[in-house]
Design a protein around this ligand. Structure first.
Ligand SMILES: Cc1cc2nc3c(=O)[nH]c(=O)nc-3n(C[C@H](O)[C@H](O)[C@H](O)COP(=O)(O)O)c2cc1C
Length: 337
C-alpha cells in the first residue's frame, strides 16, 4: 500500500510526496491589481522549503469581477504572467511542484461597486450583493476566460492547473439545481462546467494533469448529493480531468452536521472507487498518522492540508519525521532534527 511520503505520478507530473498545500485565499493583493507580490513569494516559498509535494496557489480569478474581494489574486491579463512566474519558480527551486487554482466567484463576489454576475439574478443571501443573470453569450465568453487563464498559468510555468468547481462559486452555481434554473442551453447543469474543462484542457501540454476541485455534496435542500456528484465526475473524467480534489458544501447556508478529523474522506473515497480516478482528500487531516492512513488504506491518492499548513509552514517536514519516513530534510535544518 502506498505511504504518504511515497512519490506519485499524475500524468507527467511527479510529486515527491502526497501532500498538497490546499488552496487558500490570502486576500493580500495590496494594489488591487490581482498580481502576486513579495508576500505571496515568501508565503508559498516557505511551504516549499517546508517539504510540501504540491503547492496549490489560492483561488485566482479569471476575470476582475470573479474575485471574492479586491485583494484576491487574478490571472485575467498577460501582465500577471511574470509575477506568477516569480512565485512558481521560487517554489520549484525548493523541490515543490506548483499549480494555480483558477476560478470565478460568480454571485459570491463581495465586490461593492462591481458588476456581480451569476447563473440567475438571485443573491446568495441577504448579506451578499445582488447579482445579475449572465446572458448566453457572456457564459460562452467566460469559458474563453477560463481557457485564457490556463494559457497564462502554463506560460508562468505551472506543473498543473486546478479548476475551482467547489464551495458555491461560479462553476458550482451552474452545477447546482439550487442556483441554476436557467432556461437557455446552460440550464443543463453540466454544460458550463464541461465546456470549461474541455477549454482549459486544450490549453495544457499533453502530459500536464488537470485537477478539478468539487464539493462532494451540498448539504442544502435542492442541492446535489454525493450520488449525483459521482455521476457528474464520470463526465468530468471523460472530458479530461485527471484528478478530483474533493471538498464539500458552499452553495447554501447549511454546512455538514458534524465536523471531525477526516469528515470529507468518505466523499473522496466514493469518487475514487466508483469513478476510478485519482482523488485528493481534504478536511482536518493534519494528524500525520491519519493522513498516512487515508493514503495507505486506499481512500485517497493524496491529502491536502489547509489550516494546519498555515499554522506550520513546515507541516510536511514535521510529518515526515513523525512518521519515520526517512525523507531527506533541508540540509540547512539538519541539526534541528
Ligand atoms: C484561509 C482559508 C482560505 C481558503 N481559500 C480557499 C480557496 O482559495 N480555494 C479553495 O478551494 N478552498 C479554500 N479554502 C478551503 C481549504 O482549501 C480547505 O479545503 C479547508 O480549509 C479544509 O481543510 P483543513 O481542514 O486542512 O483546513 C480556504 C480555507 C482557509 C482556511
Amino acid at each position: 500500500m502506498p505511504k504518504l511520503f511515497d512519490p506519485i505520478h499524475i500524468k507527467g507530473m511527479e510529486l515527491k510526496n502526497r501532500v498538497m498545500m490546499s488552496p487558500m485565499c490570502m486576500y493580500s493583493v495590496v494594489k488591487e491589481d490581482g498580481a502576486p507580490n513579495e508576500w505571496h513569494d515568501v508565503h508559498y516559498t516557505s511551504r516549499a522549503i517546508g517539504g510540501t509535494g504540491l503547492i496549490m496557489i489560492e483561488a485566482t480569478s479569471v476575470e476582475p469581477n470573479g474575485r471574492i474581494s479586491y485583494q484576491d489574486l487574478g490571472i485575467w491579463s498577460d501582465d500577471h504572467i511574470a509575477p506568477f512566474q516569480r512565485v512558481i519558480e521560487s517554489c520549484q527551486n525548493y523541490g515543490a511542484k506548483v499549480g494555480i487554482q483558477i476560478g470565478h466567484a460568480g454571485r459570491k463576489a463581495m465586490l461593492e461597486g462591481s458588476d456581480i454576475v451569476g447563473p440567475m439574478g438571485e443573491a446568495f443571501s441577504d448579506k451578499l450583493l445582488q447579482p445579475r443573470s449572465l446572458s448566453t453569450d457572456e457564459v460562452k465568453k467566460l469559458v474563453e476566460s477560463f481557457a485564457m487563464a490556463a494559457r497564462r498559468a502554463v506560460k508562468a510555468g505551472v506543473d498543473t492547473v486546478e479548476i475551482h468547481g467547489a464551495h458555491g462559486y461560479l462553476i458550482n452555481q451552474f452545477l447546482s439545481p439550487r442556483s441554476n434554473q436557467r432556461t437557455d442551453e446552460y440550464g443543463e447543469l453540466l454544460k458550463f462546467p464541461l465546456e470549461v474543462i474541455t477549454a482549459v484542457k486544450a490549453e495544457l501540454p499533453a502530459n500536464m494533469p488537470l485537477l478539478l476541485r468539487v464539493s462532494g455534496t451540498e448539504y442544502n435542500e435542492g442541492g446535489y448529493t454525493i450520488d449525483q456528484m459521482v455521476g457528474y465526475c464520470q463526465h468530468f473524467k471523460a472530458a479530461g480531468v485527471d484528478t478530483i480534489d474533493v471538498s464539500s458544501g458552499g452553495d447554501g447556508p447549511k454546512g455538514p452536521s458534524e465536523v471531525y478529523p477526516g469528515f470529507q474522506v468518505p466523499l473522496a473515497a466514493r469518487i475514487k472507487h466508483e469513478v476510478e480516478i485519482p482523488v485528493i482528500a481534504v478536511g482536518l487531516l493534519e494528524e500525520p498518522a491519519l493522513a498516512q492512513h487515508v493514503v495507505s488504506n486506499g481512500q485517497a491518492d493524496m491529502i491536502a492540508i489547509a489550516r494546519g499548513i498555515l499554522r506550520d509552514a513546515y507541516w510536511t517536514n514535521t510529518a515526515a519525521v513523525k512518521l519515520g519516513s526517512g525523507v531527506q530534510l533541508p540540509k540547512q535544518y539538519a541539526r534541528a532534527y
